[in-house]
Design a binder for this molecule. Structure first.
Ligand code: ADP
Ligand code: HMS
Length: 555
């Protein structure tokens, strides 16, 4: 009898499932599903940084990817021992007393406020500021202290506060709120009691100010000063939280039937993508795992002895067990990484979208062909031409803050800027400047960890950009002046989720042992190029000057 597990990873644009052999971590099958409504830009308004996702996108993706991997691998359903789900976060969803998202009910089916508020939605900037002001002025404990000392508009309480102020109907109908990783887990399990449901430690600790020091979530006394609704909500949330090596429940009959699995399948407690990604990449003490995709998440694990009572300023948090149970997981990151380049590509695509693809000169078939060719060569050609520009040539200085700054020192109100443009500046120069900016933003994070006494001996890259762009990885190695190993797995977060699933099913005694056997190897390593380090340091100095200036003029 074989033991297989499934890891399900919800990213910003798509969900991926992997079916893994627990004996050696071999991937027997994988599948991806892009969110249909999201792809059509439904329920979003980028001009005000509103990014909402309909839970139907997630449910359809769950069903199609899991069914696909089970069919591809052609294994006996009883051999699929467990499933673990990771998602983005903080991505909260308002739910009714049954734990059903409001947007799955008729009244709210098209209301973006009743949907999942994606991590990169920054509509709650004012509410985050309010939380920060109260945290230091209310006369009690500063509950932001284990979340870097600054609460972000990307996180749980700020988002809820924003929605309930904006939408009375959602406020009245929402019995509770769930992180995306918790909701997807709750959907699958048999025990439907929201009050006892095992919520994710990772989500609660990094995004909802949950901490053992104050026995759970911030107290009602604090929350009521923000809004009495939050104090009431607290009573319907949770006190205890659970790490992802633990069992949340067993697969319920409805989903066992829909997926073709058995009700003996164990469902592990949910987690965030970056944290499971670090496990998939076999994170170790003093290693920094960077998940480089749309955004970045930078994950470190440290022992309790190493961290002691230290709180690291300006990061996204330090939480006991958020990556490996028994260790403190530290998280930082950039709100936009690949997204900076995606923004530039979109901007450059304006004449194509508005003049070329709409023109009558080309037939529908020619347009489709052209579109396909442009899509597959766009970033590739820009990258080749940017790489060919010598470092001695003048290029712009850019900031990576097109979606604000997540860390160090969250400030989602910051915007990007660019200097040093001339008539000689062409698209590849700007592209190179943007690549520099995302690498300089990364260096600021590494510097902050080191300034705060967190040792980083090695860097591991995972995610789309790490595997697809050798130029970005080489630039990053030069900027950080550290070697960077790239994880071989295409699906490190899903693999990490599969590792948690294997521990929850009792196949391995703990996450470290399971990761040793099942974790990904490395496929390449980038080393700093000695002749380029100094020049990148000079460019980094210009980045620092520009960032200080922009920050000083941002209200
Ligand atoms: N060759 C490339 N060079 C630079 N950026 C890329 C390249 N390919 C993809 N990207 C960027 O990677 C991001 C997607 O990363 P990925 O890890 O696949 O997804 P996600 O962040 O949703 O998990 C997008 O922002 C895209 O612009
Ligand atoms: O912030 C977190 C985790 O804390 C991520 O979920 C968020 O950056 C989303 O990452 P991806 O876009 O899926 O790479």
């Amino acid at each position: 009898m074989k033991n297989y597990v499934i890891g399900l990873d919800y990213g910003s644009d798509s969900v991926r499932a992997v079916l893994i052999d627990t004996e050696n971590g071999q991937e027997l099958a994988s599948d991806v599903c892009h969110y249909k409504r999201w792809k059509n830009n439904e329920y979003c308004n980028p001009s005000i940084n509103q990014f909402r996702q309909h839970p139907l996108d997630h449910i359809e993706g769950l069903e199609s990817t899991i069914k696909s991997v089970v069919a591809q691998a052609n294994v006996n359903p009883s051999e699929i021992k467990s499933i673990c789900i990771d998602t983005t976060g903080s991505s909260p969803i308002p739910v009714n007393a049954e734990g059903t998202p409001l947007s799955l009910t008729k009244e709210f089916e098209h209301n973006p406020n009743a949907m999942m508020i994606l991590w990169k939605d920054h509509t709650a900037i004012n509410e985050a500021n309010e939380i920060n002001e109260l945290a230091v002025s209310w006369g009690g404990e500063d509950f932001t202290k284990y979340e870097g000392g600054i609460y972000s508009s990307e996180w749980f309480w700020a988002k809820i506060l924003h929605i309930i102020r904006e939408d009375e109907a959602v406020k009245n109908a929402a019995h509770s709120w769930m992180e995306h990783c918790d909701y997807m887990t709750f959907l699958l399990i048999d025990d439907k009691d929201l009050a006892t449901f095992k919520r994710s430690r990772c989500a609660a600790g990094h995004k909802a100010m949950w901490h053992e020091d104050w026995n759970g979530l911030p107290p009602e006394e604090f929350l009521t000063k923000l809004d009495p609704y939050l104090a009431q909500l607290r009573g319907k949330l949770y006190n205890e939280t659970y790490t992802s090596d633990l069992v949340a429940g067993k697969l319920n009959q409805e989903w066992a039937t829909r997926l073709g699995l058995t009700t003996d399948t164990i469902i592990a407690v949910g987690t965030f993508d970056a944290h499971s990604g670090a496990v998939g990449a076999k994170i170790d003490e003093h290693a920094l795992v960077r998940v480089m995709g749309t955004s970045t998440c930078d994950i470190i694990v440290a022992s309790h002895e190493a961290v002691g009572s230290k709180t690291v300023k300006g990061i996204c948090g330090q939480v006991d067990g958020s990556v490996i149970p028994g260790y403190i997981g530290l998280e930082a990151g950039q709100s936009a990484f690949g997204d900076v380049l995606a923004w530039f590509k979109d901007t450059l695509s304006w004449p194509l979208d508005n003049l070329v693809y709409t023109s009558d000169v080309l037939s529908a078939e020619q347009k489709a062909q052209l579109k396909e060719e442009v899509e597959s060569n766009f970033i590739k050609t820009l990258t080749e031409q940017a790489e060919a520009i010598p470092l001695s040539e003048s290029i712009p200085t850019a900031l990576d803050w097109v979606n604000g700054r997540r860390t160090p020192d969250a400030n989602q109100g910051l915007k990007s800027a660019m200097t040093n443009l001339s008539l000689g500046t062409k698209a590849p120069h700007i592209f190179k400047a943007l690549i520099n900016s995302i690498c300089f933003g990364s260096k600021k994070i590494v510097d902050r960890f080191e300034e705060e006494g967190v040792r980083i001996d090695s860097v591991i890259g995972i995610g789309g950009v790490a595997r697809k762009s050798p130029f970005i990885m080489q630039t990053l190695a030069n900027v950080l002046n550290k070697p960077i190993k790239v994880c071989a797995s295409d699906q490190a977060p899903a693999l990490g989720a599969a590792i948690y699933a294997a521990v929850a099913a009792g196949i391995y005694p703990n996450v470290i042992e399971a990761a040793k056997k099942m974790g990904s190897d490395f496929e390449s390593e980038y080393f700093p190029q000695a002749d380029k380090i100094e020049k990148y340091q000079e460019l980094m100095d210009s980045y620092s000057v520009l960032s200080q200036f922009v920050e000083s003029i941002t209200k």
